[in-house]
Design a protein. Structure first.
Length: 263
């Protein structure tokens, strides 16, 4: 089997904390509208949310930014406001398999609240991302002070773990087409959009298969009228059709999110 080499562009993060105008717009406007784009932060009462926002930094990442490598110390958490990132396990030969996705329904940095110090996976943004950055020290302090924050973040850690566990079941037991449909639906949920920028290599990394196999399945889904895909731009046309073509893993993972986070 041909080896797949991850094509990852490592780019520098763009911090808006140095731009007072943009940072204030990002944080204060959401507060004025009484609307927070991150589901976890929105579930906090205003006082607890304000305490966390006071120690947060508005930040933006481009597509394909590596937030953490497997084994790298975790120094900060990122609560996504827009965009999404994928968690990958990486083989010694460079091949990658996606195990979970984080969007505005969650945050990157779960090991922090589990008293861990390192990332167990490579975490890469799949779209441009706007997020609130909180240092590990500050997050732990707020976590210890607030019972509600503890409940929310620990519930999310269980939801993320359910995604990883379901991936362990899905990868060896279900077909490439089923797995592809599942991840496309998860991406749709994470971004809130039917339009996704995904290259053939992205799709191959998504499900841990060769590009030729993925390309064949993409053409089949296109002929069925479920998606459209051209030059890296993938549009989900019939999400209900993808759900029918997917395995039960999508439904099971969604159940965990709905049950624990109501999202």
């Amino acid at each position: 089997m041909a080896r797949l080499k991850p094509k990852v562009e490592v780019t520098r993060e763009i911090s808006f904390i140095q731009s007072a105008c943009l940072s204030s717009i990002q944080v204060s406007s959401t507060m004025d509208d009484n609307k927070i784009d991150n589901h976890l932060l929105a579930a906090l009462d205003k006082g607890e949310r304000d305490n966390l926002l006071r120690v947060s930094e508005a930040i933006q990442f481009p597509r394909k930014r590596i937030l953490y490598e497997a084994g790298q110390p975790i120094h900060s958490a990122y609560f996504f406001l827009t965009g999404m990132a994928s968690l990958f396990v990486v083989a010694e030969d460079g091949r990658m398999v996606q195990i979970a996705v984080v969007g505005s329904d969650g945050f990157v940095g779960v090991p922090i609240v589990l008293m861990g110090t390192k990332s167990s996976s490579r975490i890469i943004t799949q779209t441009p991302v706007e997020a609130l950055k909180v240092s590990a020290t500050q997050l732990v302090a707020r976590f210890n002070e607030s019972a509600r924050l503890r409940e929310i973040l620990l519930n999310y850690s269980q939801v993320l773990n359910a995604q990883v566990a379901q991936s362990a079941l899905c990868n060896p037991l279900h077909t490439i087409r089923q797995r592809l449909c599942r991840w496309l639906l998860i991406y749709r949920d994470a971004t809130g959009s039917d339009s996704l920028y995904l290259t053939q290599q992205d799709l191959a990394n998504m499900i841990g298969s060769h590009r030729n196999q993925v390309s064949l399945e993409v053409r089949v889904l296109g002929k069925l009228g479920l998606i459209q895909h051209a030059r890296g731009q993938l549009t989900i046309v019939k999400p209900d059709g993808l759900k029918e073509a997917s395995c039960e893993c999508y439904r099971v993972a969604r159940h965990w999110a709905t049950d624990l986070l109501d999202c």
